[in-house]
Design a protein around this ligand. Sequence first.
Ligand code: 57M
Length: 358
Amino acid sequence: MLYHLLYPLHSEFSGFYVFRYITFRAIYATITALIISFIIGPWLINKLSNLQIGECIREFGPESHFKKAGTPTMGGTLILLAVVIPTLLWVDLRNVYIWITLLTTVGFGAVGFADDWRKIKNKTSDGLSARAKMLWLSGISLIAALILYNYTSFETTLVFPFFKNLRPELGLFFIPFVVFVIVGAGNAVNLTDGLDGLAIGPSIIAAGTYLLFAYLAGNARLAEYLQISSVQGAGELAIFCGAMIGAGLGFLWFNTYPAQVFMGDVGSLALGGALGTVAVITKHELVLVIVGGIFVLETLSVIFQVASYRLLGKRIFRMAPIHHHFELKGWPEPKIIVRFWIISIILALVALSTLKLR
Ligand code: 57M
């Protein structure tokens, strides 16, 4: 909105020309998101506490979590507001990729909201059934995939990191592939969200990495120089990623150990859905496995744990997802969190190196 209001004024006052630049708007989207988080955060946490929107802790989980019972949850609504408002303020609203990304982000957030609400209403840790959740998430991603496929000039090739000439055409398979990436990302972030700051840290790092990918993919000259796919219009997603960084940092302010608020599924699904969509649109979807390596690790730990228990009757980890394993080994919570952040930063650097190694 601000972009549409202020940029045209450059014909009268040249200073307003600055609103054209994606870099400038991405920085101010980040700052706007931070300001929104700091203004609304304390009020929302108070409100959630007063409404007794508190966490029900699973009885068979690590004991260290029992003291967290009653921590306000659904703080993801703050993340959503702090992502959506700055995005609407700073982007070019004619950009279809922005609307697709907002659709999955808000859509996934809404499914998470319904899930959290049910848990709170029933005072249990069981929300929507896994089936219903998957159906909703797949439906929302399917709409996003169909819009990309039918109404944009989006290339339906699959781009492999490290191999610049390996670009198979997916054709119609592009649609289920997009659904798989977005739903997978949503669920992976959700599984990771089990310690204070554990999901939001790697989400901020991933958003920062994709801010750069979006900027480069949207700039035809730079894309050609780096031999990455050029996606006209993808640059606006750098502003969305900026808002994600600001919203993430703002949320971390309250979610850092010992957390004053949890994000709930409304936050974790929205963040995952957003990252999955941005990865698809910037044509860096396979790189998400590296950028979001922590989310992948958490998911794989559950898959291997369940498979091993079912097939061999033995557990690989003391408890899955893997962060519980380290907790049960006696690592203090902040140590696990910060170490996972460090791994995330290393993975982001490896992912960025794919820009040169091809
Ligand atoms: C969400 N939610 C947290 C909070 C957060 C298939 C199976 C592996 C699924 C998995 C599962 O249900 N994962 C989904 C995990 C929960 O956090 C809430 O959920 C929201 C995110 N969706 O925002 O509202 C708890 O996590 C802790 N927490 C923090 N700080 C935070 O900032 O400390 C969350 C955010 C909170 C709080 O204690 O209550 C969760 O872990 O439940 N299931 C599991 O993770 C369970 N694992 C399991 O059963 N493993 C088995 C098999 C199935 C693999 C095994 O290893 O044998 C464990 N979850 C818990 N306790 N809590 C079991 C023990």
